[in-house]
Design a protein. Structure first.
Length: 141
């Protein structure tokens, strides 16, 4: 149940056969994101469990199960900024119910990320997914 933006990434990854090209594409996606202002780079938005510094700033529009989820984010590492962009494509614009229904592991596996990220990066990616799911679950309460 991926968003159309994520489906576009998956299609691009199918076209880019070489992992180095995919890696560059992820980095380019991160560079294309709007920068996160320093005012949002605070302990409350920092994601623990990442090798790099990562900040996620969620926004919930509405209330209850149909509330719309989106977020902004940033990292001090280029590849992690790209991973944030991938997660943004996967989750932003979905209802909080849909966010909780997304099987992030399966969707990200379609991109082959698990096979090409270090253990630390994979752990950080999981920490970001857990933060996103936690915010969505809290919004449903």
């Amino acid at each position: 149940m991926a968003s159309s933006a994520f489906e576009d990434i998956a299609e691009t990854f199918e076209f880019l056969e070489d992992w180095e090209d995919r890696y560059r594409h992820v980095i380019d996606m991160g560079r294309a994101m709007d920068p996160l202002e320093d005012a949002f780079r605070v302990p409350a938005t920092k994601v623990d469990g990442c090798a790099s510094q990562v900040w996620l700033v969620p926004t919930i529009d509405g209330q209850g199960a149909d509330a719309t989820f989106t977020f902004r984010g940033a990292s001090d590492a280029m590849i992690v900024n790209g991973l944030i962009a991938v997660l943004h494509a996967l989750y932003s614009g979905l209802s909080v119910t849909e966010v909780l229904a997304v099987d992030a592991g399966a969707e990200l596996a379609r991109l082959g990320l698990n096979d090409h990220l270090s253990a630390q990066r994979s752990n950080g990616l999981r920490a970001m997914v857990e933060r996103i799911r936690g915010v969505a679950a809290q919004a449903m309460a």
